[in-house]
Design a protein around this ligand. Structure first.
Ligand code: PLP
Length: 443
C-alpha cells in the first residue's frame, strides 16, 4: 500500500557523537515548568543577520536618488544574481512572495471558473492568490510523514476546470515533484511552485521552482533570504517570463521605460520590487551559502536526535530531495508517549526550558474566513449555489486536521545555532518526557 519513498533521515553529521541525554534512572532534573532549573538561559541566534555590508547597499541606493527599478540598477543586479543561484533562465523580482505568485498566475490568465489545486498545510498566501482571482481553491490532503501535499491524491482532484496546481515546498523541504509533475503532464495542467519557504532547495539536483512553469520565492522577514518584504518569480520559458514581467509592471513591456508608454497583455498590476529591497538582498546573499550549510547540517543532526525520542516524529524527506533549505524543522508530537500531556502543555514546558517551538498552522480549509467563501456574493454568482455548497464537502482534509493537531515547528533561528544547541533541544524534550506524568498531574 505504501507507495511513498523517502530518503533516509540519518545524518552523516551525527556519526560518533556522544548523545547528551537526561538519565532515565529517575535522576532526571525537575522540569522548569514545575519550578526546576531552566535548561537553557542564553537566547538562540537572532534573525535577520546584518552588518555594514547591508548598510552600504541601502545607503548607496539612497544616495543614488534612483529608488525604482525603472531608473536604478539594483533590482536588475539582484535578478541576475538570483538567476545564477537558482540556475533559472529568468528571474523577475517582485514586491513580495504573494505578488510573485499573483504575477505568475496572472501571466497564466487564471480567473473566474478556474480551479486551483493547493495543499491545506501552507501559509494562507497560497490560498489568497487563488481567491484574489476568483478561482476556486481545491485542497488536496497532506501526507503526514513529510508534511507535504499528498501527491498521490492530486490526480483524483483534477477536473476539466483545473487550471493550475500550486504545490508548496513546505518548511524548506520538497514536495514529491515526480508524482505531481506526472499528474499535471498527463492531464495538461500547469504547475506553479510555491517555493516561498524553500529557496535553493533541490529536487534531483535542480533547484525547486525550476520544475514547474514557474516558481515563486518570498523574501519576507521570516524567510531564509530576506529584505523584510520581497519576492521573485523564476522561470525557464522565455515567452512566459515576458508575460510575468509585463503583469508585475502595469502591462508595460521591457521596452516601455520612463515617459515612453506602451502596453502589452490584458491585465496587470504594480508588483515591482523597490531598489532598496534589491540592495538589501544583494548584501544578504553574501552570507547565504554559509547560513544554508549551517541550517542543513543542524537540521539533519537534530532530525536524527529527535527521531530517537519515542513520540517525536520529524518530517521525512521525499526521495528525490537532494538539498533542503530548512526554514523550519517540523515534527509530529504523539502525546501517548508523553503521559498524554497535551501539546499546548508540552510547548509551555519546552518554552520554560528556554527552547522556542511553536504549533505551526491550523487547518486552513477550516478557517472561518475560508469557509466564508461559500457565501461570497461573487463566488455564488460565478459558481452557483450547488457548487459552493459542495465545495465545503470537497475540501475536507482529515489527515491534515490530525497533522495540524500534532505538529511542532522549530524555527530557523534555532537551526542557525551550534551543534550543542541542537543537543540541548533534544535534551529538553527528553527532560520533559521524563517529567511528563508530573507535569500532566500538576494540570
Ligand atoms: C511567505 C509565504 C508566502 C507569501 O510570501 P510573502 O512574501 O509574505 O507575500 C507564500 N507562500 C508560502 C508558503 C509562504 O510561506
Amino acid at each position: 500500500m505504501n507507495r511513498r519513498h523517502f530518503i533516509a533521515t540519518t545524518s552523516i553529521a551525527a556519526a560518533g557523537i556522544a548523545l547528551s541525554q537526561t538519565s532515565s534512572a529517575g535522576t532526571a532534573a525537575k522540569p522548569a515548568v514545575l519550578g526546576g532549573p531552566k535548561l537553557r538561559r542564553t537566547p538562540f541566534s537572532t534573525w535577520p543577520v546584518y552588518d555594514e555590508t547591508d548598510e552600504k547597499q541601502l545607503q548607496a541606493v539612497l544616495r543614488s536618488g534612483r529608488w525604482y527599478r525603472g531608473n536604478g540598477t539594483k533590482v536588475a543586479e539582484f535578478e541576475k544574481s538570483y538567476q545564477g543561484l537558482t540556475g533559472a533562465k529568468h528571474c523577475i523580482a517582485t514586491s513580495s512572495g504573494t505578488t510573485a505568485l499573483l504575477s505568475a498566475v496572472g501571466a497564466l490568465g487564471l480567473g473566474p471558473g478556474d480551479e486551483v489545486i493547493l495543499p491545506p498545510y501552507t501559509f494562507i498566501a497560497t490560498y489568497n492568490v487563488a481567491v484574489n482571482n476568483y478561482a476556486l481553491p481545491v485542497f488536496v490532503d497532506s501526507d503526514p510523514e513529510s508534511f507535504q501535499i499528498d501527491a498521490a491524491k492530486v490526480n483524483a482532484a483534477i477536473t476539466k476546470a483545473t487550471r493550475v496546481i500550486l504545490p508548496v515546498h513546505i518548511g524548506g523541504n520538497v514536495a514529491d515533484l515526480d508524482t505531481l509533475l506526472a499528474a499535471a503532464k498527463t492531464r495538461g495542467v500547469a504547475v506553479i511552485e510555491d517555493a516561498c519557504q524553500a529557496h535553493l532547495a533541490e529536487w534531483r539536483g535542480r533547484v525547486v521552482g525550476n520544475w514547474g512553469l514557474a516558481g515563486c520565492s518570498s523574501f519576507q522577514a521570516s524567510k531564509n533570504l530576506t529584505s523584510g518584504e520581497g519576492g521573485a518569480v523564476i522561470c525557464n520559458d522565455d515567452a512566459f517570463a515576458e508575460k510575468v514581467y509585463i503583469f508585475q509592471g502595469q502591462g508595460r513591456p521591457r521596452s516601455s521605460v520612463g515617459y515612453h508608454f506602451t502596453y502589452a497583455g490584458d491585465r496587470a498590476a504594480n508588483y515591482r520590487m523597490p531598489e532598496f529591497q534589491a540592495g538589501l538582498l544583494l548584501a544578504q546573499m553574501t552570507r547565504l551559502s554559509q547560513q544554508f550549510q549551517t541550517r542543513e547540517e543542524n537540521a539533519s543532526y537534530l532530525t536524527r536526535l529527535l527521531g530517537e525520542i519515542p513520540g517525536i516524529k520529524p518530517a521525512r524527506l521525499h526521495e528525490g530531495t537532494t538539498r533542503t533549505s530548512r526554514l523550519l524543522l517540523m515534527a509530529r508530537y504523539q502525546k501517548e508517549h508523553f503521559a498524554n500531556l497535551d501539546r499546548s502543555k508540552f510547548l509551555a514546558a519546552l518554552s520554560a526550558e528556554g527552547i522556542p517551538c511553536t504549533p505551526g498552522y491550523g487547518p486552513l480549509n477550516l478557517e472561518q474566513n475560508v469557509q466564508a467563501l461559500a457565501a461570497n456574493r461573487c463566488y455564488l454568482r460565478i459558481y452557483g449555489k450547488r457548487t459552493m455548497a459542495r465545495w465545503v464537502e470537497r475540501n475536507r482534509c482529515p489527515v491534515n486536521d490530525k497533522l495540524c493537531a500534532e505538529a511542532l515547528w522549530f524555527p530557523q533561528n534555532v537551526l542557525l545555532g551550534s551543534k550543542s544547541d541542537m543537543d540541548q533541544v533534544a535534551e529538553a524534550i527528553r527532560k520533559i518526557q521524563a517529567g511528563a506524568a508530573d507535569i500532566a498531574k500538576a494540570g
